[in-house]
Write a protein that binds this ligand. Sequence first.
Ligand code: DAT
Ligand code: MG
Length: 139
Amino acid sequence: MMSNKTFTMIKPDATQKGYTGAILDQIIKGGFSIKALKWTKLTKEQAGAFYAVHSERPFYGELVDFMSSAPIIAAILEKDNAVADFRTLIGATNPADAAEGTIRKNFAASIGENAVHGSDSDENAEIEGNFFFSQLERF
Ligand code: DAT
Ligand code: MG
């Protein structure tokens, strides 16, 4: 299990607004080290597969369109208690509810376009990391 690892994406809104460097800086200053990193752009099919768990939700179509609309950064991060600590660092899903100083408070525009993804469990961190990275692309 990746109990000391989590998976993140810097989402299309943030890459398009030029926030990539500032977000990576906040992640590193937050104590996370980068174990894998790539700049890519998802197809609709890939975005749909990544978010398949949400396929019955009313916002699924909007989410898939948004996540395939522009490039993203995908990364595997390492830190003790990575999943929970990263969720704290990014803040609530809706930036209006996110704590001061969190990445979503600092950089997100709306609940749909909320700047970053963070895995919600060790199991999903492993599944999501494997979605983007081969064994050769991580250490
Ligand atoms: P999180 O990304 O905080 O884990 P989630 O897993 O509940 O949140 O939802 C995944 C993404 O779907 C979320 O980052 C943005 C989008 N989303 C969630 N709820 C939404 C809503 N009510 N309207 C529009 N998009 C939403
Ligand atoms: Mg989630």
